[in-house]
Design a protein around this ligand. Structure first.
Ligand code: ADP
Length: 352
């Protein structure tokens, strides 16, 4: 039976509804919602089928799984997949993240604790420091670490064998991962936003787990507003539950989802206040762009990383935002969504 050993705190708290990173008391709900088997993990069929084969083959050979890299925006199921892999392999899961491992000593502590076959999950692996990353190379390649002993003239490095384990790395930014690290993973899986039908199934499953009645139209409406992200759907369902209990009949239907989203400022496309502000600034202050991401970050008073990790991926995928070598541009769809007359075409000659 897989046990989860957390060696780090969860992600920092954030307050937006659509923020795909874990918030506040969400860990408690994660325990309710998080699927523990491939059968419960909805969608991403191709990846699931492949991972099933890899786990079965490794179990048959009585070997640890190959190292696996999971890429994709936050909230799409990377941590969940690491949990499922540990569960299916019948091994322990250790969870940590790139910025938490501050020095080699911390990583030595973790690596020497692992039993044969255990899974080490490093979230935000692109944020490992270069020294820690280099220290990790022999560990994942040869299951060996180089430990420094002594001081000054007596300093030497001793190679220490560790038990074969599986590294599951997760990253929201594949582009920031160094080539040598990327190449050390046997398997790379890129998760994309889920289609509405799959989010609908996730919403129905979560409603069932919370003991809530939810009709098909309600689940569909909720799915359409969840920006293709299971975490957002689960968060929204908890808010809809509040409105259903206080202002509705307790049941999740189309009307109560609409009411909740209206109150929370989540529109029909799943965009919230912040998304609309980003597009609004682009259109109203910068004539639709192109605008550098730093300028956008300053105008929104947000960190550049947050803009790139959290806000942009869905706006890009849905075609509200475009990326050019000179910066971000608002698309015709963005103008139409915000009710502005589209001026992009008249600008083509002058700006591009
Ligand atoms: P990530 O690690 O990519 O940020 P998580 O694995 O933490 O995302 O998933 C966020 C939430 O969404 C979890 O509560 C999890 O239960 C749920 N979830 C993610 N993917 C699925 C899925 N395919 N089916 C059902 N629930 C899912």
């Amino acid at each position: 039976m897989a046990k989860k050993r957390s060696v780090s705190p969860e992600s920092p708290e954030e307050s937006r509804l659509v923020t795909p990173a874990a918030q506040g008391d969400e860990e408690r709900f994660d325990r309710i919602f998080r699927p523990l088997s491939f059968d419960d993990f909805i969608g991403q069929e191709k990846h699931k089928d492949n991972l099933r084969v890899y786990t079965q083959a490794a179990r048959k050979r009585r070997e640890p799984l190959d190292h696996i890299l999971l890429c994709g925006p936050p909230g799409l199921g990377k941590t969940t997949l690491a949990n499922i892999l540990a569960h299916e392999m019948g091994v322990k899961l250790y969870v940590t993240s790139g910025p938490v491992i501050e020095h080699k000593g911390m990583l030595t502590g973790i690596l020497t604790r692992l039993e044969r076959g255990d899974i080490l999950f490093i979230d935000e692996i692109h944020r490992l420091s270069p020294a820690v990353e280099e220290f990790l190379y022999p560990a994942i390649e040869d299951f060996r670490i180089d430990v420094a002993t002594g001081d000054g003239a007596f300093a030497e490095s001793i190679a220490l064998d560790i038990r074969p384990f599986t590294l599951v790395g997760a990253t929201t930014r594949t582009g920031l991962l160094t080539k040598p690290l990327q190449e050390r993973f046997g398997v790379t899986i890129r998760l994309d936003f889920y289609p509405v039908e799959e989010i609908e199934r996730i919403a129905l499953r979560s409603a069932r787990l919370l003991g809530l009645a939810c009709d098909q139209r309600g689940a569909k409406e909720l799915a359409q507003r969840s920006r293709g992200t299971p975490r957002v759907a689960n968060r929204l369902i908890r808010r809809v539950r509040d409105f259903a209990e206080v202002e509705g009949s307790g049941k999740i239907d189309h009307a109560i989802v609409e009411l909740t989203c209206e109150r929370l400022g989540v529109d029909l496309a799943g965009l919230d206040e912040m998304d609309r502000r980003l597009l609004g600034i682009l259109i109203e202050h910068y004539d639709g762009g192109p605008v550098g991401v730093e300028t956008l970050a300053a105008a929104l008073a947000e960190a550049r990383d947050t803009i790139e990790d959290v806000y942009e991926p869905y706006l890009l995928q849905q075609g509200f935002l475009g990326r050019t070598p000179r910066g971000r541009i608002a698309t015709r769809k963005a103008y139409e969504h915000l009710g502005h007359p589209y001026r992009g075409e008249t600008k083509q000659g002058t700006l591009f």
